[in-house]
Design a protein around this ligand. Structure first.
Ligand SMILES: Cc1cc2nc3c(=O)[nH]c(=O)nc-3n(C[C@H](O)[C@H](O)[C@H](O)COP(=O)(O)O)c2cc1C
Length: 234
């Protein structure tokens, strides 16, 4: 009898690990949904049925700068990434956010407790870039330019427009279109959060030199906005 109970308990533990019962980002590597042999985060297919109706979403959209420590679930992270700039028309490869000439210049980087990642719409995956928790440094902004305080969120997204995607356009044109395109991705993020009860704020302020160094960005990769995302502080 004791052996049977032990076997049952072991089976339950294995099932919990395989199906990610505690499916938070902090638990990545222990769940079956995340590839075990790599630090990349394989995202779930988006849940396209969730969230408030559109007009209600607009009614509750608001900037929030204080977050609790509660992690996002893997589904939250997956849906957030897809809403921001995921592929919504697989036949053409087009994404949820329009972009000038469909250049899809906005690349979204994710700072999590476990490191920095870049979202690849093709594959719907967060590609691991670097280990380490940089969220506090990045969210703090430049010491010389204090701005409204933001608590350290579980997820910090950085929206970067890659000017190279616009070919030989002038630097002014690249900046202008890059900023517009990033603004649209930003609003996708804000509306997704409003619809699903998550909290965020679009922010221009960050330590750009630090972000550039961590992410190894080149001079044509323009850091436009950042979005802390998390749950409301109780
Ligand atoms: C382009 C842009 C840059 C912003 N930069 C910051 C920022 O650096 N820090 C911050 O706390 N809020 C920032 N915000 C958020 C605004 O302060 C906020 O949207 C505004 O006060 C209106 O509040 P609401 O979003 O709740 O309507 C920014 C918003 C935008 C659109």
């Amino acid at each position: 009898m004791r052996t049977a109970i032990l076997a049952l308990l072991m089976m339950m533990c294995a099932a919990q690990t395989a199906f990610g019962a505690n499916n938070s980002v902090a638990d990545r590597g222990t769940t079956g949904t995340i590839a075990a042999d790599t630090k990349d985060i394989k995202l779930n297919p988006p849940d396209k049925k969730r969230g408030l109706p559109f007009m209600e979403t607009l009614s509750v959209r608001a900037s929030v700068r204080e977050f609790s420590d509660k992690e996002l679930s893997l589904q939250d992270l997956s849906d957030l990434a897809w809403a921001a700039n995921g592929i919504n028309r697989p036949e053409s490869g087009k994404i949820t956010a329009p972009s000038a000439m469909n250049r899809q210049d906005v690349v979204v980087y994710y700072f999590l407790k476990s490191g920095a990642y870049v979202y690849e719409p093709k594959g719907h995956v967060l590609r691991h870039l670097v280990d380490g928790d940089f969220r506090a440094q990045v969210v703090r902004g430049r010491p010389s330019a204090p701005n409204r305080p933001v608590s350290v969120p579980p997820v910090l997204m950085i929206l970067v427009s890659d000017g190279k995607k616009f070919g030989n356009g002038s630097p002014e044109m690249k900046r202008e279109w890059g900023a517009i395109d990033a603004g649209i991705v930003s609003q996708n993020i804000a509306l997704f959060c409003a619809a699903t009860g998550l909290k965020t704020v679009p922010r221009a302020s960050t330590d750009r030199a630090k972000v550039k160094e961590i992410l190894k960005l080149d001079d044509e990769q323009y850091i436009v906005l950042n979005h802390p995302v998390g749950h409301a502080k109780e």
